[in-house]
Design a protein around this ligand. Structure first.
Ligand code: BDR
Ligand code: CA
Length: 303
């Protein structure tokens, strides 16, 4: 099994990704760390605990950064609802939060693991940047980073910037420059990776998890219930277990951290204009039909 740490800001599509990863036979989710993103870090932490209790896996949840490194914090509650996971009434969680801050919980988990860990950030990259700054000596214990964020084309939060990168561009810059093996699962694939109205009904009827997700999908503004719901974060999990669904290319990638219009934009040097060493494996295309079939199979494995 591939040992993972998922860094997340649940988030309705985060909830789908977490559910799929927790139930996948080839993945071992060691820890969830939370970050301010779609909603505040207190809310994303509560949401992560709710999901862990719903699935009954006992996976530890450690709370992370309250704010981006430099930018003022801007949430995305217009997409995911006030609580971040609108549409389903979970009981108030009773499990305690991990006693350590996310950055130290990542350190502890990495130190304890015999195998190298894969980091899967599906929110703003604040915790990961802080971890790399605090414990650079532990980079060698990281297998790779597979992150949802960025775009080689247009943005979704602004004309040119994807939300996770826009929310903390300096952190993203640090992560891309880290020298680690990085795969960017960005909007070029995640905007296409939708669940159709038919898929959504099928999911509802699968099991209790499908029913829970269906309720949240009624409130999710990531795409449209009529044309398809965007499963951004689930694509990062798909890439780890089914890389054959993706077309990728290695490019030099950096982040525009400031700009009148372009803050948070990923610069993906597809034409080698800057003559720099490629540092990121960029997902460019996805087999959407196969992704949909796989997504439904994943949810069918949960309770
Ligand atoms: C990303 O932003 C969030 O709203 C989603 O959960 C996803 O991680 C998509 O841009
Ligand atoms: Ca997310």
């Amino acid at each position: 099994k591939t040992p993972l740490i998922i860094d997340t800001d649940p988030g309705i599509d985060d909830a789908v990704a977490i559910g799929a990863a927790l139930h996948h036979e080839s993945l071992d989710v060691k820890l969830l760390t939370t970050v301010a993103g779609n909603v505040s870090v207190d809310k994303t932490t509560q949401n992560a605990l709710k999901l862990i209790e719903f699935f009954g896996t006992g996976t530890p949840v450690a709370r992370g950064a309250r704010q981006p490194l430099c930018m003022p914090y801007e949430d995305s509650s217009h997409i995911h609802g006030e609580s971040g996971m609108g549409g389903y009434e979970f009981p108030e969680p009773t499990t305690s939060i991990h006693p350590e801050h996310a950055v130290n919980a990542i350190r502890e988990t990495i130190m304890r693991s015999e195998e190298k860990i894969t980091l899967v950030p599906i929110g703003p990259l604040t915790n990961i940047a802080l971890f790399l700054a605090m414990y650079p000596e532990l980079k060698s214990r990281i297998e790779r980073i597979v992150l949802m964020g960025g775009s080689a084309s247009a943005g979704n939060h602004t004309q040119t910037a994807e939300y996770n990168i826009y929310a903390d561009p300096e952190a993203a810059k640090m992560v891309f420059a880290s020298g680690l093996d990085i795969t960017m699962v960005g909007l070029d694939v995640t905007s296409k990776a939708t669940l159709t109205p038919d898929n959504v009904v099928k999911i509802r009827d699968l099991n209790e998890t499908g029913n829970m997700l269906y309720s949240m999908f009624q409130h999710y503004r990531g795409g449209s219930l009529k044309t398809g719901l965007k499963m951004h974060d689930l694509c990062a999990i798909a890439y780890i277990v089914k890389p054959e669904l993706f077309k990728t290319e290695k490019y030099f990638v950096d982040v525009e951290s400031a700009g009148v219009y372009t803050a948070g934009t990923t610069i993906v040097d597809q034409k080698n204009r800057y003559n720099k060493e490629p540092n990121v494996n960029v997902c460019l295309d996805i087999d959407v039909d196969a992704f949909r079939t796989w997504a439904i199979e994943c949810i069918a494995k949960a309770k």
